[in-house]
Design a protein around this ligand. Structure first.
Ligand SMILES: [Zn+2]
Length: 132
C-alpha cells in the first residue's frame, strides 16, 4: 500500500478501474470501426460512433516518451520516471504511467514493457509497467 493519491472513477472511467482491480487492462474500443480510444471518451475520434465498449488489451507496449522527476510528490519518492507507453494494439494508443523495477536513469525510449498491477488501497490497483 502507499500514500499515492487514489483514482477517482467517474461513469466514463469506472470500467477501467474495475478491470485493474481484476488485474486486467481494458481500453474502450469502437465497435463500429474497431479503433481503440484512450483516454475514455463518449464517442470514437475516428468515426464518431458512440458504440464504444471496454475490451481487454495485452498490456504489452513500448516506452514512447518519459521524463524523470527529481522532486518528491505525494506517494512518490524522487527520482522516478513518468512514462508514456504506446500499447501494441494500435499506433498512437498511449497511456501515462510509471515504470517499476527499472532505475529511472535506465529507462529508454523504445524499451519494451508490459503491464503489472500494484495495490494502492483495498480493491484499487494501479496499472504500472515493467521491462519485458
Ligand atoms: Zn469508430
Amino acid at each position: 500500500m502507499s500514500d499515492r493519491p487514489l483514482p477517482l472513477p467517474d461513469p466514463e472511467t469506472a470500467f477501467f478501474w474495475e478491470a485493474t482491480a481484476r488485474r486486467q487492462l481494458e481500453i474502450l474500443r469502437c465497435q463500429t470501426c474497431k479503433t481503440w480510444v484512450h483516454y475514455p471518451k463518449p464517442s470514437c475520434w475516428n468515426c464518431s460512433s458512440g458504440d464504444l465498449k471496454p475490451e481487454r488489451v495485452s498490456g504489452r507496449g513500448t516506452v514512447y516518451s518519459y521524463t524523470v522527476t527529481h522532486q518528491d510528490v505525494p506517494g512518490y519518492t524522487a527520482p522516478f520516471a513518468v512514462v508514456i507507453v504506446e500499447l501494441e494494439e494500435q499506433a498512437g494508443l498511449r497511456m501515462v504511467s510509471n515504470v517499476v523495477d527499472v532505475p529511472p536513469e535506465d529507462v529508454r525510449i523504445g524499451m519494451p514493457v508490459e503491464v503489472t498491477f500494484q495495490p494502492v488501497a483495498e480493491d484499487v490497483w494501479l496499472p504500472l509497467f515493467k521491462k519485458r
